[in-house]
Write a protein that binds this ligand. Sequence first.
Ligand code: NAI
Ligand code: MG
Length: 504
Amino acid sequence: MELTTTPERERHAKALAARLSGRVVVDGTLRPALTDERFPVENPATGEAIGMAARCGQPDVERAVAAAAGAFAAWATLPHRQRSTILLRAAAALEAEMESLACLSALETGNAIATQTRGEARTMVDILRYFAGFAGEAKGKTVPLTERRFLFTRRVPVGVVGAIIPWNAPLMQTTSKLGPALAAGNTVVLKSAEQAPLAVLRIFEILQGILPPGVANVITGFGEEAGRPLAEHPQVRKVTFTGSSAVGARLLHYAADKIVPVTAELGGKNPNIVLPDADLELAVAGIVQGLRLFRQGQSCTAGTRVYIHAEVYDEVIRRTVVALAAGRMGNPLDESTQVGSIISREQFERVERYVAIARATPGARILTGGARPDDPTLKNGYFYLPTLIDGIPADSPVCRDEIFGPVATVAAFTDFEAVLREANDSRYGLAAVLWTRDLARAMEFVDRIEAGFVQINQFSVAEAGIEYGGTKLSGMGREMSPESMVEHFTWPKTVIINYGTPGI
Ligand code: NAI
Ligand code: MG
């Protein structure tokens, strides 16, 4: 099918959305959910309903976990070369559908196809292909003991993995969970986010002809109703989650009762610090990229606490405001659109709430944004202008909470020690970035900043091969590396062989 014009892309995505409505993929088949309950999936750029998703609960969880449990033994014992071959075929099948998936994801998330979902579809494939190559890497070690005793460890797949993902980058979040879990020999039940279930369903539909039935299952629904019974299910032996810190903490509680490990990739309120000796052109581009302008700020690594040295403050702000205004906002399926809409009314209202707090704060100034765009064609969608606010005290919720929208605070500083202290004065510890040409300062920052993902003179995102994760409220565990795959998706068995019979 040709997908060269906006109406073609829209028609294509809407047809998929209609076909996938009310479905789940369980035991290798796209099929109606057991529940008859449905909830609408919205196009956040227009407010229209584009489909209905199944509101799964306990019975659908049971069926999916049973399928995954049934498929486990054969998948776990499949020679790893064969697991790799199958996963490589799965990656190729997704690769062939990247454009289609990018359209559907843009339709249901409001992320622009040109700047976000197309690139994300590429990353989705890269991650699965990367982990496919590591199916043979779940290796143990050998340890010399005393004479005539030999110790080795094996890594054993955990069994059924329960994966729960959010809505901000669902294509790549799906393979971030599937890749390492499946390569290590586990089977998976994934629950998609209620705001963005359809492209994820389509991924599993594509995989159903390639993976053995039951190896990868997906259900849709809400957190308490579908996510919780999945996480609590006695046969789910590992939980892997991306989302808010509050829900991450809930999942740790659920898993605690059955002594099951949890990997949690959670929120952030990430400092982005510009020193006066920085290359300002790079730094301004980095502030804009750090704000995740092209994802409406909806990224856990977004650099939403911007600190700029007083010597260059006015200059950097002036240029950043210009750069932010240049981002073309519009229909996410238009090739010319660079900035799409916020995911939902709930998130839109959250953004408005924090901006209202800022407005009511004495001394605070909205430097740009702070409103919906004027364009009347965007009035039914959750569009919001990228917003910079200064004069916010460090203890304001605007400066402390993860807003998860196109809003950042900016502040001038003169003292490196003071700004470092302020950067670390956060409940979160995910990403942190410094712009400087001074190597000693850069290394000082690396040594002392409390963050799991530190960058100097760039502000990019995680990808296959870049080990990724947070500290403090930003989570526990790591993703995207073969070591994290082994650590989080297998358990170690220690074996000692005593030669037994005295020496011959
Ligand atoms: P959330 O953390 O509530 O939802 C993420 C996923 O967890 C969804 O699939 C949801 O259905 C599921 N979930 C919710 N409650 C659950 C429960 N009790 N048991 C099992 N699963 C559960 O995130 P939400 O409500 O969509 O967004 C709220 C805030 O969370 C955002 O404003 C942002 O601050 C943060 N967030 C962070 C993300 C990240 O990438 N770190 C992604 C999405 C949200
Ligand atoms: Mg929630």
